[in-house]
Design a protein around this ligand. Structure first.
Ligand code: NQM
Length: 369
């Protein structure tokens, strides 16, 4: 007998959101103090540990994610969604990036927890403030008989089977699409286009890094020289993109571009930023798609743009992501995004009480905010 009290359980809903998986919490069920909250989340997810064996995390950044949801105080949103990336093998929790995949589960979660009343026509729209960036999104999904439906006919690459569609519209955000002010930059001797359409992303022609851009994520991750070069570009791009020192953060992302191989607009391999994504993030794809539409960017001569319409097919290692992005330039002004929309799916996996491992086992090193 240790005599030590067992940690209290926390109400939690485990969901797949798009091609990611995460733990969803009501903000009121977590400590208000960010340091105490992050310490608790590390113990819930099982970090730091490469296998996250003692927690909910799935031993990969894409399955070590948290959504914190609360009623919104502002008039233009129904709920606030704070995304937290829980590092896998270090004791870090970062709010420096957003996640458009977990975003797909936020609307259904808000209905599950009674934060938003279901629509009376079998569909519900939830206006979401993404606290990490201040940007807004509206998610619309089926709620027959007042409950979110998760089964349906929508298919997204990277997820087996089909599920109910979650249609997400993003009104234009406040920041510039080209955060360095340039259509092209040369960083660490490499031509790049730096974009931000909800996620800071550096677009790089794959051949400028000596790869084809069709390698598997595992092959790219095994290439130590490539990873070093990608990290060198990222660290230099951060300050140029107005992000400051990005050493301890998970942004910017870096997408290697190659000509489409399967009838899409472009082929991508995306570093997020140290692992190579098995598909591509939603907002990462929104940035890539916007970057393809910027005349004179590094995608010129690589991408194959459809003659009409907003939809672009972004190819990735496990299929493709279709996303609607419209870019316009007014007069001599810089190009700006006027519309972004995407279809995702989400699924409630488990609803219950999660028990964190005891406090003294978690040395907390919070990441730079
Ligand atoms: O870009 C992974 C993901 C993401 C983020 C990452 C995301 C997005 O696939 O909107 O969803 O880039 O870290 O979940």
């Amino acid at each position: 007998m240790t005599g030590e009290p067992e940690p209290a359980g926390v109400r939690c809903l485990l969901m797949r959101g798009g091609t990611s998986k995460g733990a969803y919490f009501l903000a009121g069920d977590l400590p208000a103090d960010p340091a105490a909250r992050d310490d608790l989340l590390l113990r819930i997810m099982g970090s730091p540990d490469p296998r996250q064996i003692d927690g909910l995390g799935g031993a990969h950044p894409l399955t070590s994610k948290v959504a914190v949801v609360s009623p919104s105080a502002g008039g233009d949103a129904d709920v606030d969604y704070l995304f937290l990336q829980v590092a896998v093998d270090t004791a870090g929790v970062s709010d420096r990036q957003n996640c458009g995949n977990l975003l797909a589960g936020v609307g259904p979660f808000a209905v599950e927890r009674g934060l938003v009343a279901p629509g009376d026509d079998g569909r519900t729209s939830v206006r979401i403030r993404m606290v990490n960036t201040g940007d807004l999104a509206t998610a619309t999904f089926p709620t027959p008989r007042g409950r979110p439906a998760y089964s349906g006919g929508a298919r997204i690459s990277g997820v087996p089977g089909t599920a109910a569609p979650v249609v997400i519209e993003f009104p234009p955000g406040g920041g510039p699409l080209l955060p360095t002010g340039n259509v092209r930059d040369t960083i660490a001797g490499t031509p790049v286009t730096c974009v931000d359409n909800g996620m800071p992303t550096v677009l790089i022609p794959a051949d400028a890094l000596g790869v084809t851009g069709y390698e598997t994520p595992r092959e790219l991750e095994a290439d130590a020289a490539l990873r070093e070069r990608v990290e060198e570009i990222r660290l230099a791009a951060g300050p140029l993109m107005g992000l400051g020192d990005v050493g301890a953060t998970t942004v910017p992302k870096l997408s290697l571009l190659a000509p489409p191989a399967h009838g899409g607009a472009v082929s991508t391999r995306t570093f997020i930023p140290h692992r190579c994504h098995t598909s591509i993030g939603v907002l990462g794809a929104a940035g890539v798609a916007a970057g393809l539409r910027v005349p004179g960017g590094v995608a010129d001569g690589i991408a194959d743009l459809p003659a009409e319409g907003d939809r672009l097919r972004v190819e990735h290692p496990t299929g493709f992501l279709d996303i609607d992005v419209r870019v316009a330039a007014h007069g001599d002004g810089p190009p700006a995004v006027t519309r972004t929309a995407v279809v995702r799916t989400a699924r409630k996996i488990f609803d219950g009480t999660v028990f964190p491992r005891p406090a003294h086992t978690s040395p907390l090193e919070r990441q730079d905010r």
